[in-house]
Design a protein around this ligand. Structure first.
Ligand code: TXA
Ligand code: MG
Length: 332
C-alpha cells in the first residue's frame, strides 16, 4: 500500500471525514471497485440515511469496510477459509460473509437484523487510511440511487447526489470498476452470492475446493430434501410475538409500535418517530421490534407507515417480519 499521511489528506479537505462520520453524516469514498456511500457502521441514524438517500426499497444488508484483518477479527467469527482468502485477496475486491460476533457494534439496520456480516478491506490507499484512522468499520454501498449504475468517478457521484452528501472524496477513477465478489462462508461450503472483481476460479484455486453458486446451493438443498443448510436458515430478526400490521386500534393486551401520534389505549408503546420522520423510524425499527418482543404482549400492533421514500423499506421489513409460518426460509 502506498503510504498516505492521513493528516495531509484531511487537512486538504474542507470537512474532515472522520468528524463527519462521528457526527453520523455520510461521506462518499473511493474504492478500487466503485465509489461507496459511507457511514459509521455502528450508527443507526447514519445507516438509515444511506438507505433513504439511495431510495432502496429494501434494507439489503451492507458491506462493512475494514482497515485490515485485525480490525475484521473484532467484528466477525473468523475461520481458516477466511484467513486464506483474506491473506491472498485483501486489500481487494472480495467480500466475505461471516457470522457476526455477538455484541459487535454494528447497526442492526446494516445487517437487516441478521446475524452475519459482509466485510472487506478496500484497496484504495485514501479510504484504507481513513478507516484505520477512524478505527472502526464504515458501511458503504455503491454511491448511486437504487437501480442505477454504480459510480466509478467522483463526477458520477456528484451527478447522482449533488449536494445531498456533505463530502465526496475524489480518489480518481476506480481501477476495477465493478463491485466486489461476495462469498458466503457461513455454511458447509463457500457460496458465491455475487460475481465481481475476484473470479470464482481464483477463489477455488486459493481454497483448493469448489465454490457453490447461489442457484446450485438451492438445487442441492431441494435434492437433499432438507432446509438444514445454514445458508437457508432464518438469519434475519423477526419477533416471536405476532406482528399485526396497519393497526388502527390497539387491543388491551397488545404492545404498540407507533409512528407519529400513538393510537389511544396502549399500555406499552415504542414510538418509531413521534414527529413522523421516516429516517428516524427506520433507525429505530429493529430496536423497537426487539423491545416490544420482550414485553410478553399477546401481539405487536404496528401503526401504518407511509409507503414513500424509506417507508417502503420499513414496510418491506415489517411485512417479512409478520410472516411467521415459513420460519426456516431466509426472507428476501
Ligand atoms: O465493491 C463493492 O462491494 C462496493 C464498494 C463500495 O465496496 N459496495 C457494494 O455494496 O457493492 P452494495 O451494498 O451495493 O452491495 C452489497 C452486496 C449486496 O448484494 C448484498 O446483498 C450483499 O452484498 N450482502 C451484504 N451483507 C450481506 C450478508 N450479511 N449476507 C449476504 N449478503 C450480503
Ligand atoms: Mg450497488
Amino acid at each position: 500500500m502506498q503510504s498516505y499521511n492521513i493528516q495531509n489528506i484531511v487537512s486538504n479537505l474542507e470537512d474532515n471525514p472522520l468528524t463527519l462520520w462521528n457526527k453520523g453524516q455520510l461521506v462518499v469514498v473511493p474504492t478500487e471497485t466503485v465509489y461507496g456511500l459511507a457511514a459509521d457502521a455502528a450508527n443507526d441514524t447514519a445507516v438509515a440515511q444511506i438507505y433513504a438517500l439511495k431510495k432502496r426499497p429494501k434494507f439489503n444488508p451492507l458491506i462493512a469496510h475494514m482497515a485490515d484483518i485485525a480490525m475484521a477479527k473484532r467484528y466477525v467469527v473468523w475461520c481458516d477459509e477466511a484467513e486464506i482468502l483474506a491473506r491472498k485477496f485483501w486489500p481487494g475486491a472480495l467480500t466475505l460473509v461471516l457470522p457476526l460476533q455477538s455484541g459487535a457494534a454494528i447497526s442492526a439496520l446494516a445487517t437487516d437484523g441478521g446475524d452475519t456480516l459482509a466485510i472487506r478491506v478496500p484497496n484504495h490507499p485514501i479510504t484504507r487510511a481513513l478507516i484505520a484512522a477512524f478505527d472502526k468499520p464504515i458501511v458503504a454501498p455503491s454511491a448511486n440511487q437504487s437501480g442505477r449504475i454504480s459510480p466509478t468517478k467522483a463526477a458520477h457521484v456528484r451527478a447522482e447526489f449533488g449536494d445531498a452528501v456533505p463530502l465526496i472524496i475524489d480518489g480518481g477513477a476506480c481501477a476495477i470498476g465493478v463491485e466486489s465478489t461476495v462469498l458466503d462462508l457461513t455454511g458447509d461450503a463457500p457460496v458465491l452470492l455475487r460475481a465481481g472483481g475476484i473470479t470464482a476460479n481464483e477463489i477455488e484455486a486459493a481454497l483448493g475446493k469448489s465454490v457453490l453458486r447461489a442457484h446450485q446451493q438451492n438445487i442441492a438443498q431441494k435434492g437433499a430434501g432438507t432446509l438444514r443448510s445454514p445458508g437457508m436458515l432464518t438469519r434475519h430478526y423477526a419477533p416471536n410475538t405476532k406482528l399485526r400490521l396497519n393497526a388502527t386500534e390497539v387491543m388491551p393486551d397488545e404492545a404498540l409500535l407507533a409512528f407519529g401520534a400513538p393510537l389511544p389505549g396502549a399500555a406499552i408503546i415504542f414510538n418509531l418517530s413521534e414527529s413522523g420522520d421516516l429516517v428516524e423510524a427506520a433507525s429505530r425499527l429493529f430496536a423497537g421490534l426487539r423491545e416490544l418482543d420482550a414485553t410478553g404482549a399477546s401481539a405487536i400492533a404496528a401503526m401504518p407507515i407511509p409507503n414513500e421514500n424509506i417507508g417502503e423499506a420499513i414496510n418491506d421489513r415489517l411485512t417479512r417480519a409478520a410472516v411467521r409460518e415459513q420460519g426456516s426460509r431466509i426472507r428476501g
